[in-house]
Write a protein that binds this ligand. Structure first.
Ligand code: GTR
Length: 346
């Protein structure tokens, strides 16, 4: 990141109260010009793509990107590789999406919950109770709905390289077991920065608190929030289970993960390089799934072992409370058609 340009932009932001996004764009703009101006790489030296992920180094998404990088490196005879930065080292999900769109970052892996404002087609797989199981999600992402959503990224500067699993998201908190949405009422529940999730929690009478992923553990610890919602693997690897001791099996969303590449960076590659990346990404999907299945089971076992109390919920009550939100989104005919295609493979 070009220090001087960002410092100048930051000073300006303080004076004129630029939004975080505007500031980012200012910084990225100059990063892009620096990056492109300096792309006078010796053609014999390897081209290393930079990838970002908010998860820890051994999380299945991070491991899949690393595996993809090794595959590409081997296939290209060492000419093309990926360096992945885990644990949010390159920024929050929403920021890395912008960085990639503007060409200052090659690859980012984010959840659909971070995409649903800018890329409304992703809502078709993030809405509550649209997906019934991991098997259903896999059929939907492998089929026509997944292809449609991936194409929708191109209109706004991104290439959808792959869609990965994310398991069932469920609610957990540190106050009490919740069997019914009414038992979440009044609790401050962290949600990802996404309208769908904010509206869902409001429908339950809870206080939705949008926070970026990296802030959730300390927000739980300092009691800024009472709970959150996520899948087993994230609950375990982020260590949120050490504070939130009640988990209810609401399975309200299977919102998948997207592996995205900057279209600007992609278009600047040779057709052979592009092909290697597309193939490597496609091959990383079954690899990620096998890691996911193992890690999800192991994570659940580890948190139960650590004393987290898990309860089944009144699924009908949760679905009923969520239904008006789904109906409101489906007023959009394009989304409605895609939603039906996703349901058709349930
Ligand atoms: C996880 C997902 C992350 C992030 C996180 C969150 O399940 O893998 O990419 O979106 O949820 O809730 O912020």
């Amino acid at each position: 990141m070009p220090g001087r340009a960002c410092d100048a932009a930051h000073g300006h932001a303080v004076m004129t109260r630029l939004t975080r996004r505007e500031l980012l764009v200012a910084c990225v703009g100059s990063a892009v010009s620096t990056a492109w101006a300096s792309d006078d790489r010796d053609p014999a030296s390897p081209r290393i793509l930079t990838a970002s992920d908010v998860h820890v180094s051994d999380y299945p998404t991070v491991a899949a990107i690393r595996w993809m990088g090794e595959t590409i490196e081997r296939e290209s005879g060492g000419k093309l590789a990926i360096r992945v930065y885990p644990s949010g080292a390159l920024g929050r999900e929403n920021d890395t999406i912008d960085l990639a769109r503007f060409g200052a970052l090659d690859i980012t892996r984010v959840n659909f919950a971070a995409l649903d404002e800018a890329f409304p087609a992703t809502r078709a797989m993030a809405l509550p109770y649209v997906i019934d199981s991991t098997e259903h999600l896999r059929r939907a992402v492998d089929g026509a709905p997944g292809a449609r959503i991936r194409r929708s990224f191109e209109r706004r500067g991104l290439i959808g390289l792959a869609l990965y699993d994310s398991g069932a998201r469920c609610f957990y908190n540190r106050v009490r077991p919740a069997h019914d949405p009414r038992e979440l009422a009044g609790l401050k529940i962290r949600v990802p920065p996404s309208d769908i999730f904010v509206r869902l929690l409001r429908a339950f009478g809870a206080n939705p608190t949008p926070l970026s992923y990296g802030e959730v553990f300390s927000a739980l610890q300092t009691r800024l929030i009472d709970g959150a919602e996520n899948n087993w693997t994230t609950f375990y690897t982020s260590r949120q289970f050490e504070v939130a001791r009640f988990w209810g099996q609401s399975r309200h969303s299977y919102s998948p993960e997207a592996l995205l590449m900057s279209k600007r960076r992609f278009d600047a590659l040779s057709s052979n390089e592009r092909q290697l990346i597309l193939e490597g990404a496609a091959q990383s999907v079954p690899y990620m799934r096998s890691l996911w299945d193992q890690q999800e089971d192991a994570s659940r076992a580890a948190v139960e072992q650590a004393g987290v109390r898990v309860n089944e919920v009144d699924l009908d009550a949760f679905k009923k409370a969520a239904a008006p939100i789904v109906r409101a989104y489906l007023q959009d005919p394009e989304l409605d058609a895609l939603y039906r295609d996703v349901r058709a493979v349930a």
